[in-house]
Design a protein around this ligand. Sequence first.
Ligand code: MG
Length: 382
Amino acid sequence: MNIVILGSSGSIGTQCLSLLKDHPEHKVIGLSVKSQTELLKEQAVEWQVPKLCVYEEALAEKLSGDLDRPVSFGMEGLIELATLPEADMVVVALVGMIGILPTISAIKAGKKIALANKETLVCAGHLIMPMLSDYHAELFPIDSEHSAIWQCLRGEEEKSVESLLLTASGGPFFGLKKEEMEGKTKADALKHPNWSMGQKITIDSASMMNKGFEVIEAHYLFDIDYDHIDVVMHPESVIHSMVEYVDHSVMAQLGAPDMRLPIQYALTWPHRYPLDLEKPLDLTEVATLHFAKPDFERFPLLALAYEAGKKGGNLPAVMNAANEVANAAFRNKQISFLQIEDIVIRAVHTVAYQAVNTVQDLIDADRWGRDFAYQQIQGVNQ
Ligand code: MG
């Protein structure tokens, strides 16, 4: 299989490449980064990758000069890689809204897509899912919860599903009172108890925006209405998610909290291959598993995601855009942790509902959400 990885310098991208070392039958034929050209250079040499893209044009030009070969750039460069005729699979490991156009392009080119970019489904799931059958493309989730559900659904009939149970660790602030969360810093929020992930998603986990996104993602991936998707707090992250069937039998997928497992499953499905984990799951060591209902008051972004998902239209895209800006502002120490949720909630409750029928509608909704969040942050800092 010929594989393109969009976002090869991030947590998912680098783990994906390290997994492929054990699979010489697959060739890496395209890699993209936003700005980390040094790492891209190393990856390009190691994997002898014919097509490279650096999102930032000036850096792409410099790399092109250094390597004495063409390097594409910008959204056009990402789309070029996502649609390479010789590519069989495109791994979309980009962070944020930027993943939408390359994913749509890969679908239109009939590719297999391993999707780690949940923002794409959050904002555009209703546009993307019908396109898959139209263009004979396939979409495989990399997100651990959705990989778990995908594994639990294997061999079962769609009509026998009663509900999906998404597990949530609760992130670093699980169990804290609201006032205890107020003074939390970036360093506190980045201390995820179980998972090692990129910064943006780790902050989203601390605010539980991430779990909200995953509810919407599950709705589209598995075509289940929101009233049949539940979140279950499970601080040990041993059960990665569950499916309840109409006979109330519940299937769960368990494993060590290691992203290489869902990444490999997406790359090699329908096959399973050995995976050399440092610490495979030992249930006797874990000994006890805990479960609780989510606290929607303490984590209002989870409630907001249900609301935005159910109402649809431009609301999920506005929510995502405002969150991207607020998340970055928190990481840049411009706003406090709880101001993230203030800004995102205000954005969704201020915007006028509009249907999203085209990619342009989506871009407009995204723009609105970003502008609104920027204004709010400016207000905070005046
Ligand atoms: Mg996840």
